[in-house]
Design a protein around this ligand. Structure first.
Ligand code: GDP
Length: 296
């Protein structure tokens, strides 16, 4: 599971603090140096680490923490609260159209888990009383359309395709009409991926966005790629504008830094996390639960 190394190190730091009883300013400084190292080793963005540690230190030294009866526990609480706020504070929910028909555009680089996540999201929505439909808007790889069809079968959600059409925005538009006509209330658009961000990909996504006016643009990123995932999110957000992030593969042995840095670096919240290959392995992202998991 993600965060194992970070979790172990932070717990070690706090154990040491708790063992001391009375704490001095030097103890806090030492502990914060260790927290800083642990976060850097977990691949958290260095600017984020600096802000985080400065903020914890200021709170730990500024309040009556050291004079209190349980200084170490209060330091742990400060770190916990800062972790929660770093990850966005509260759970960021999906935005649905007030009109009743919601379009979700899914973007992401190849291999991040985008197509699988479309299926997971459809499955999640179905479990939450929605009637989703999927649409295959990748015009480059016929195999991608096949894959989405298999995904659709697996979660028992229909998949709209137009195999001979070379205009993804037209496919998306037709899919919207079809979905509304047939009484579906959420349309999930699976789009083409690339190995890296390029202008063609962005222009294509912008065209789909203009044509479909999605209520949610979700970017799928792979936690295992660390800061590259955060950089991808920054790039997509600048060029396309995203509403949230779905971070996949947090079940792997990723160090977790991407999950801790994404909100602070991009300004966009992680809305869901992928925690396995199965279609039910998608969870709404709860910063406070993640912080408790890290701190043990
Ligand atoms: P795409 O190219 O972005 O559409 O990626 P795919 O949907 O084809 O997924 C690539 C691989 O990642 C597949 O083997 C998926 O099963 C796997 N995958 C996707 N999400 C997760 C996840 O949350 N955890 C794990 N362990 N594997 C995942």
């Amino acid at each position: 599971m993600a965060f194992e190394g970070l979790s172990e190190k932070l717990q070690g730091v706090f154990k040491k603090l708790k063992g001391k009883g009375i704490l001095t300013e030097a103890d806090i400084n030492d502990a914060m140096r260790e927290v800083k190292l642990a976060l850097l080793e977990a691949d958290v963005n260095f600017k984020v680490v600096k802000q985080f540690v400065d903020s914890v230190k200021e709170k730990a030294l500024g309040q009556d923490v050291l004079a209190s009866l349980t200084p170490a526990q209060q330091v742990v609480k400060i770190v916990n609260d800062e972790l929660v706020s770093l990850m966005g504070g509260t759970n960021s929910k999906l935005t649905y159209s007030p009109r009743g028909f919601t379009v979700i555009l899914m973007a992401g680089l190849q291999g991040t888990g985008k197509t699988t996540t479309c299926g997971k999201l459809a499955n999640y929505l179905k479990k939450n009383g929605k009637k989703p439909m999927l649409a295959a808007c990748d015009i480059y790889r016929p195999a991608a359309i096949d894959q989405l069809e298999i995904v659709g079968k697996n979660v028992d959600v229909p998949v709209f395709t137009m195999r001979d059409c070379k205009e993804p925005e037209l496919i998306a538009e037709k899919a919207m009409k079809e979905a509304e006509l047939k009484g579906y209330d959420v349309l999930i658009l699976d789009t083409a991926g690339r190995l890296q961000i390029d202008e063609d990909l962005m222009n294509e996504l912008v065209r789909i966005k203009q044509r479909t006016k999605p209520h949610e643009i979700l970017l799928v990123v792979d936690a295992m790629t660390g800061q590259d995932a955060v950089n991808a999110a920054t790039g997509f957000n600048e060029k396309l504008g995203i509403d949230g992030i779905i971070m996949t593969k947090l079940d792997g042995d990723t160090r977790g830094g991407a999950a801790l840095s994404a909100k602070s670096v991009t300004g966009k919240p992680i809305k869901f996390i992928g925690v396995g290959e199965k279609f039910d392995a998608l969870e709404p992202f709860h910063p406070e639960r993640m912080a408790s998991r890290i701190l043990g």
